[in-house]
Design a protein around this ligand. Structure first.
Ligand SMILES: C[S@@+](CC[C@H](N)C(=O)[O-])C[C@H]1O[C@@H](n2cnc3c(N)ncnc32)[C@H](O)[C@@H]1O
Length: 277
């Protein structure tokens, strides 16, 4: 088995069939995680999705809580998939089973009209599709210094390199794109040294709940929530970790003026295998 780190070899169609063709327990848990979290936050203006791949499932629930979504990914093939889907073009991936599941979570009737309108809701909110390389100091490009109310990333930040210092850099960069007191929404595979995509295997830096909790506290995040579920299939990881947190208040004088400032963080939940149904 050859493990690679070169995403230029990534095949969106193989990836979609390997991970998203079947709406099993893992994928339902992903949708519930997003639904639960976004149901409980106030209305926001902007969201950045980092390394979104050829996927939009992670944007369904947030689309009713945010004014606009900037979708980003390293690869043009993935960005093209999203553009196709947003434009309703022929050959776009069919996410209907995901939309139907979220309609149920939102307590809406499963009618053709509701299905159409929830899809439109997501299409309307994805207003920008841009290139992103989290390995660079300015992941969205040197001229793009905007911060966002929500920064979200799924199955990306620890699936690019097997080195801890790389992962920490990518995580810090993602966090630096959140506005003061904004939200981080992160989904990671647990304890993986590789993840499988068809006949390809991509390198991972293995993380678990405890490591992520300590790391996010050290990086100054607050209101950290960490949950996880065990894996459903054997694709290289032990489970999935679901994280939400808030960035610090950059306007607080202690943060700005005192280099030894220790944020008063609490780890609200570090509860493996306790993802609610
Ligand atoms: C395993 S896929 C995850 C896709 C999607 N987020 C999901 O939930 O399934 C990893 C994604 O990270 C993207 N990626 C890889 N290296 C990246 C980088 N340096 N900067 C930004 N995105 C990257 C890949 O193009 C791919 O779409």
């Amino acid at each position: 088995m050859k493990i690679i780190g070169d995403y230029r070899l990534f095949k969106p169609n193989e990836f979609l069939s390997e991970y998203y063709a079947f709406l099993g327990e893992e994928n339902k848990a992903l949708l519930r995680f997003h639904h639960e979290f976004y149901s409980h936050i106030p209305q926001q203006k902007s969201m950045l999705e980092i390394g979104g791949g050829p996927c939009i499932y992670q944007l369904i629930s947030v689309s009713r809580k945010v004014g606009s979504i900037v979708f980003s990914d390293l690869l043009k093939v993935n960005r093209d998939e999203i553009e196709k889907w947003v434009n309703g073009a022929a050959g776009a991936y069919n996410w209907d089973q995901y939309f139907k599941y979220v309609l149920k979570l939102e307590g809406q009737m499963l009618t053709a009209k509701n299905l159409q309108s929830i899809k439109k809701r997501v299409q309307k909110k994805i207003q920008t599709i841009i290139a992103c390389d989290i390995r660079r100091n300015f992941p969205l490009g040197i001229n793009h210094k905007q911060t966002f109310d929500i920064v979200s990333s799924s199955f990306c930040l620890n699936e690019i390199s097997d080195k801890e210092q790389d992962f920490l850099k990518y995580l810090e960069r993602a966090i630096s794109l959140i506005r003061s007191e904004g939200y981080l929404v992160l989904v990671l595979v647990k304890n993986a040294t590789y993840t499988k995509n068809g006949d390809q295997y991509f390198v991972n830096f293995p993380v678990n709940e405890t490591y992520m909790g300590k790391t996010l506290v050290r990086m100054g995040l607050k209101e950290i929530s960490i949950k996880s579920i065990p894996n459903e299939f054997n694709q290289g990881y032990e489970g999935i970790i679901f994280i939400t947190a808030r960035s610090k208040d950059y306007n607080t004088p202690e943060v700005l003026m005192n280099p030894d400032y220790q944020p008063n963080n609490s780890l609200r939940c570090c509860d493996p295998y306790a993802m609610e149904k």
